[in-house]
Design a binder for this molecule. Structure first.
Ligand code: NDP
Length: 355
């Protein structure tokens, strides 16, 4: 019989690719969205099942409410819990992020425990739950043994750390009759092709450079993972027996934002873009952060490389990552294809025509 997978936050960047991958593999997929009438966020999902072996249905459920979760998990064999608030700036009240992340995760897990059918949940956590808030100067990469120090973490980092901890604690306490397995994926910065022009999260790093929306790059380091490879990691964590009870970092070596800019400039500046390849000093980010919440977030990350070790995922999940340069270029190609960014020459011509 066809196995059924619930994917939460179906409208999201990562979830969309997980859904596509699962459908290609012949799974029946049920996706949760917050609002079934929100066409701009979910229209692209209906096309994902075209030509795929599996079937897709969408249902409504919000992490802030108990409503809909028992129905959403009913009859599912697996759950990929991907949904979580993912802001581009720093919220005024950190509970705006933490509460839906933690309470929402527990809502999904409670529904799984009561379902009688769910065998395993894969939770999309983050390297933000591993490498944040540490003061160590040791250049050794962080591994799955490490946990972020919440007292010194940003609101988003806290939300991911506390939600993952809550999930592990919850499954550890489950009564025998309600037991299901948990595996966790901890991705780095997720890039790769967007499925819709509405996609706006981590790909903003590429979008702002390609659109020259900033004059250069602050010294921010990322450990990039391709969203297509990440979808495969989720599926392997869902099906491989030995993955139960484990967390897996999925991310490459540290790459500085300026190096992302250089890769983009080499490929796209000859095609009419004006990707800035210079650096932005910390003091300028500090000034910009007084007006711009994205820059406030950037300020907190400056000067620190993201060093994480994904050896365990490669070894145990039988998992591979494509080269980061390919991922960066494919992200940009998809943003151009979806009309999110246009070449500077065409932008200037359009502005001149409407002036
Ligand atoms: P998106 O913003 O594209 O997706 C987030 C999804 O979560 C959306 O579907 C959103 O729904 C949903 N969501 C947010 N708040 C709620 C809520 N209260 N109730 C129900 N659904 C909600 O982000 P990504 O796809 O990039 O991220 C997905 C997951 O991956 C998150 O858990 C994020 O923390 C994690 N992650 C992402 C990384 C990245 O670089 N992108 C890196 C590491 C981890 P709606 O469309 O209605 O807003």
């Amino acid at each position: 019989m066809t196995e059924r997978v619930l994917v939460t936050g179906a409208s999201g960047f990562i979830a969309g690719h997980c859904i596509r991958d699962l459908l290609d593999q012949g799974y029946a997929v049920r996706g949760t969205v917050r609002d079934l009438t929100s066409a701009d966020k979910i229209a692209h999902l209906y096309g994902l099942a075209d030509g795929a072996a599996g079937e897709l249905e969408l249902v409504e459920a919000d992490l802030s409410s108990d409503d809909g979760w028992p129905e959403a998990v009913a009859g599912c064999d697996y759950v990929l819990h991907v949904a979580s608030p993912f802001p581009s700036g720093v919220p005024d009240d950190e509970d705006e992020l933490i509460r839906p992340a933690v309470d929402g995760t527990l809502r999904v897990l409670r529904a799984c425990a009561a379902s009688g059918t769910v065998r395993r949940v894969v939770l999309t956590s983050s390297v933000a739950a591993i490498s944040s808030g540490h003061s160590r100067r040791d250049p050794a990469p962080y591994t799955e043994h490490d946990w972020s120090v919440v007292e010194h973490s940003t609101a988003y980092q806290k939300s991911k750390t506390l939600a993952e901890r809550a999930a592990w604690d919850y499954v550890a306490e489950l009564a025998e009759a309600q037991r299901f397995e948990l595996a966790v994926i901890n991705p780095g910065l997720v890039l790769g092709p967007v499925q819709t022009a509405a996609a706006r999260t981590s790909v903003n790093v590429v979008r702002t450079l390609l659109a020259r929306a900033q004059p250069g790059s602050p010294a921010i380091g990322f450990a990039v993972v391709d969203v297509r490879d990440l979808a495969v990691a989720h599926r392997h964590a869902m099906t491989l027996p030995h993955a139960a009870g484990h967390r897996y970092i999925c991310a490459g070596d540290n790459i500085w934002m300026r190096d992302i800019a250089k890769t983009l400039a080499a490929e796209f500046n000859p095609r009419g873009f004006r990707v800035p390849t210079g650096s932005v000093p910390r003091w300028l980010v500090w000034i910009a952060a007084r007006f711009d919440p994205t820059m406030r977030l950037a300020l907190e990350l400056i000067g620190r490389p993201e060093r994480v070790d994904s050896t365990k995922a490669r070894r145990e999940l039988n998992w591979q990552m494509r080269p980061t340069e390919r991922t960066i270029i494919d992200t940009a190609e998809s943003l151009i294809e979806h009309g999110v960014v246009t070449p500077a020459r065409r932008r200037l011509a359009r502005q001149a025509a409407t002036a």
